[in-house]
Design a protein around this ligand. Structure first.
Ligand code: SAM
Length: 286
């Protein structure tokens, strides 16, 4: 860890960089973790890697050695000179100075796949302040992507990889489970970063299924029902569904739950994806 620690401090000093907390800048200084991220993603020469938030380029440096092509998207223009200097001699590296949430990823990915670079993977040490919007974007945009391997806050990792119906599940667990298999790959302690964040982290791997796990025609309605179910933490499912106008009355919500064999006092986190499909079908059926 010492080499990367010293190199990180050296680069920050040389380019006059201080970590910008607002942009979630925590730079990785643990070579072992970086190797593990690349191993988890199974980065190979036929891969197009989209990296979100390269920062000063510590993860990027390993990715460019292993991947067919790396496209790194960084919002902070202060990082551009560092990255362009560092990867000047790599013709498989491209840098885009943009907010990831504004990038047309479908267009970018399709323009960069060819006979040699045949599949796309997303790899990143994500900025924690926008983890959820990024994950939602990556899942909902139906990208031509095989896997997502990202470092996130440990609690978020547990939530993202929770099987619906289990303890840590939230609305986003259903979204991940609908599209993919996921697993928590490595736990990472806070002292693997400069500056050390206030929380521990974990690397997760999300592997897209060929087709969503269940067949739903109106995904917008389906996920609105799930969001409603989780909208009020300590309240029952019925309250969440009625307060968010999924059902127009408590009675109709209770009647629907009873008709599919669920207790009317049940909480949202207890429901499986199949249970939500049954509620969705009742609502669709009018
Ligand atoms: N990859 C580097 C590493 O592992 O050391 C830096 C990771 S740091 C946790 C997150 C990076 O994401 C920072 O470089 C930050 O500037 C960048 N970032 C923050 N918000 C972003 C956004 N909306 N779009 C693209 N990059 C963003």
């Amino acid at each position: 860890m010492d080499n990367l620690y010293n190199e990180t401090l050296f680069i920050m000093k040389k380019y006059g960089i201080t970590a910008n907390k607002r942009l979630g800048q925590n730079f990785l200084i643990d070579e072992f973790v970086i190797e593990e991220i690349c191993d988890t993603a199974e980065v190979s020469s036929s891969d197009l890697i989209i990296e979100i938030g390269p920062g000063i380029g510590s993860l990027t440096a390993v990715l460019v050695e292993k991947a067919g092509k790396v496209i790194s998207i960084e919002i902070d223009s202060k990082m551009l000179k560092i990255l362009n200097d560092r990867f000047k001699f790599y013709n498989n590296f491209e840098l885009i100075n943009e907010d990831i949430l504004k990038v047309d990823l479908n267009k970018l990915i399709n323009a960069n796949l060819n006979e040699k670079i045949t599949k796309c993977k997303i790899v990143a040490n994500l900025p924690y302040y926008i983890t959820t919007p990024i994950i939602i974007k990556l899942l909902e945009e139906k990208l031509n992507v095989e896997t997502i391997t990202v470092m996130v806050q440990k609690e978020v990792a547990e939530r993202l990889t929770a099987i619906p119906g289990s303890k840590n599940a939230g609305a986003i667990s259903h979204l991940v489970y609908y599209y993919a298999d996921s697993k928590l790959a490595i736990n990472v302690y806070r002292d693997s970063f400069i500056p050390a964040p206030d929380v521990d982290s974990a690397v997760i791997n999300i592997k897209f299924l060929k087709e969503p796990r269940i067949k739903i025609d109106d995904e917008k309605l389906f996920f609105n029902i799930i969001k409603a179910a989780f909208s009020q933490k300590r309240k029952t499912l019925v309250n969440g569904l009625v307060n968010n106008k999924i059902f127009d009355s408590k009675e109709s919500a209770e009647k629907a739950l009873t008709s599919i064999g669920l207790d009317t006092k049940i909480r949202g986190e207890k429901l499986t994806l199949e249970d939500f499909k049954k509620i969705y079908e009742i609502i669709k059926g009018g």
